[in-house]
Ligand binder design. Structure first.
Ligand SMILES: [Ca+2]
Ligand SMILES: [Ca+2]
Ligand SMILES: [Ca+2]
Length: 309
């Protein structure tokens, strides 16, 4: 009897280790189906926590924390008065693709938020390298192909191998660590095959990224870190936040020039409101416009997703 009990205790201990492991065993998602019902997992009840449910990593973000440095207010135009509050972010996968789902609040008109995800494939295992500048681009070019111009950096240990940006209801870009454009989705004949962006009702967007674009499917047990940021968009670039609010520009930042150094980011995943505000306020306000050395640096607001089978 004692031996049976010992075995039972050992099995229970092992199974609790498995639960604590939180590895995601993924499943296929249809991105062109105008439905998010294929995301089957149940979100956590508590804000700013995550669960792994039905083969999905699910982060539930707080409502009403879309305040950037703590002082951001939306533009006055009613189409732009809301829409960058991240509510939920999910990740799953199959043998072909990585899938992501962003849920946000619904804007006053079709101005869905600008969504940026930095992917750090090796930081969780102590790996180094990647880009610390998460959201900028070529100032001479100033187009979606060259970057997002949201003025945001990550800490060296969070340096990203890939940056994904989703704009409007159907557009996307992926850059590598050197800032080279590696995938484009624009509803054009030269779209990168397999890279999909599908809007649902202006408050959710599904994304499929073929594994071959981002270094291949991770081995079982691999953990990736994801930095998830939302803001507003303007011509498929991040809409500038300025010092004074106006009809088409948000206020509460510390720059009255385009491409200042205050991040054009209202919300982040991965941390509570106080931590997120502190990180988004960590820019050097007197920095030259567009100078990455003066950008806010994210070190705590990130998600760790562990891949299972
Ligand atoms: Ca779907
Ligand atoms: Ca939020
Ligand atoms: Ca948040």
């Amino acid at each position: 009897m004692g031996r049976v009990l010992t075995v039972l205790v050992a099995v229970l201990a092992l199974s609790s280790v498995c639960f604590a492991d939180d590895a995601v065993n993924g499943h296929k998602i249809a991105v062109d189906d105008k439905s998010v019902r294929d995301w089957k997992g149940t979100a956590p009840e508590q804000e700013n926590t995550f669960v792994v449910s039905e083969g999905e990593y699910i982060w539930k973000d707080a409502s009403g924390d879309d305040t950037g440095n703590g002082k951001y207010v939306y533009p006055e135009n009613k189409a732009l008065k809301k829409g960058a509050d991240l509510k939920e972010f999910r990740v799953t996968f199959d043998n072909d693709n990585l899938y992501m789902l962003f849920k946000t609040d619904r804007p006053g008109d079709w101005w869905v938020p600008y969504r940026i995800v930095g992917i750090d494939t090796d930081g969780a295992s102590g790996g180094k390298g990647g880009t610390e500048v998460l959201a900028q681009g070529d100032m001479d070019d100033y187009s979606f192909d060259s970057g997002t111009f949201a003025e945001l950096k990550v800490a060296p240990e969070l340096a990203c191998e890939y940056v994904v940006a989703v704009s409007s209801t159907y557009k996307g870009r992926i850059w590598d660590a050197k800032g080279k454009l590696i995938a484009r989705k624009e509803a054009q004949p030269d779209d990168t095959p397999g890279f999909k962006v599908g809007d649902y009702n202006w408050n959710a967007v599904e994304v499929a990224i073929p594994w071959e674009l981002i270094g291949g499917k991770p081995a079982e047990g691999t953990a990736w870190r994801l930095v998830v940021a939302t803001g507003q968009q303007d011509n498929d670039l991040a809409r500038e936040v300025e010092e004074e609010v106006s009809e088409y520009r948000a206020g509460g930042g510390e720059s009255s020039e385009d491409n200042g150094v205050d991040p054009d980011v209202f919300d982040l995943a991965g941390a509570d409101k106080a931590t997120q505000e502190k990180e988004l306020a960590s820019y050097k306000a007197d920095g030259e416009p567009g100078d990455a050395n003066s950008f806010a640096v994210i070190s705590k607001s990130f998600l760790t997703v562990k891949f299972g089978k």
